[in-house]
Ligand binder design. Structure first.
Ligand SMILES: N[C@@H](CCC(=O)N[C@@H](CS)C(=O)NCC(=O)O)C(=O)O
Length: 216
């Protein structure tokens, strides 16, 4: 979900010049065909072949901008990225259930035939699943991230300077402040003050302010 954003943030934070082609699979079906695994995002280095997988791109960016993954913090940074990926994966059924319910077994057998897209039964289940996510998964993950920030003496996941891991966590958290997911209110992060403060600090970094300004 939004795998490209972590890569963009790392490039801006690393102050690495790049050309940003913000496209979807609908705009550029050719990219999907040229992508090694049919996925976006892809990255081309100096006109070379397309490379896929956002985490591979992040590691490459880390070699260009070592401050984003200092050697002495390598394991901590990777550990934190792994946890953000778990957090993102935990939300996935909530999203897939609405977009592709058949991938979760809904609507494909007679027993689940009431659960087809737009059916009231499916809508009710989506609402219950998203509410359960907010009740059970959010406190678990926000608790882990808060502990990490506090243990590192913050304000970032791995200490005083932002790393690749923050480029992953910030956009993952921001979705809980935007209100674009049904049944996930835009104050969903308000119960986690360490997280809201963390996001504010990350978004105030001069490179991130410059990135936001570049969009307008
Ligand atoms: N693990 C990949 C996930 C990329 C991904 O799932 N991309 C989606 C769009 S955000 C996609 O291309 N899905 C189409 C497909 O897998 O066929 C990454 O981090 O780059």
């Amino acid at each position: 979900m939004g795998a490209a954003e972590r890569v963009r943030l790392a490039l801006w934070l690393g102050e690495i010049k790049f050309e940003d082609a913000c496209v979807t699979q609908v705009d550029r079906p050719d990219l999907k065909i040229q992508s090694p695994f049919g996925q976006l995002p892809v990255m081309s280095i100096d006109g070379g072949p397309y490379i896929a997988q956002s985490n591979a791109m992040l590691q490459y960016i880390g070699t260009l901008a070592p401050k984003l993954c200092p050697t002495e913090q390598f394991l901590k940074v990777q550990e934190a990225i792994g946890l953000v990926d778990d957090f993102e994966r935990a939300l996935r059924p909530c999203i897939v259930l609405a977009l592709e319910p058949e991938k979760l077994g809904y609507g494909i057998t007679p027993a689940t035939s009431l659960f087809v897209k737009e059916s009231p039964e499916l809508r009710t289940t989506i609402k219950a699943l998203r509410e359960a996510f907010l009740t059970n998964e959010m406190p678990k993950y926000c608790g882990c991230f808060s502990t990490m920030i506090q243990k590192s003496n913050g304000p970032f996941l791995c200490g005083v300077k932002p790393t690749l891991a923050d480029c992953c966590l910030a956009p993952a958290l921001e979705r809980y402040t935007l209100g674009y997911i049904d049944h996930v209110p835009k104050n969903a992060l308000d119960d986690y003050p360490v997280m809201t403060e963390y996001l504010t600090v990350f978004k105030s970094l001069p490179q991130i302010v410059a990135y936001e300004a570049s969009k307008s």
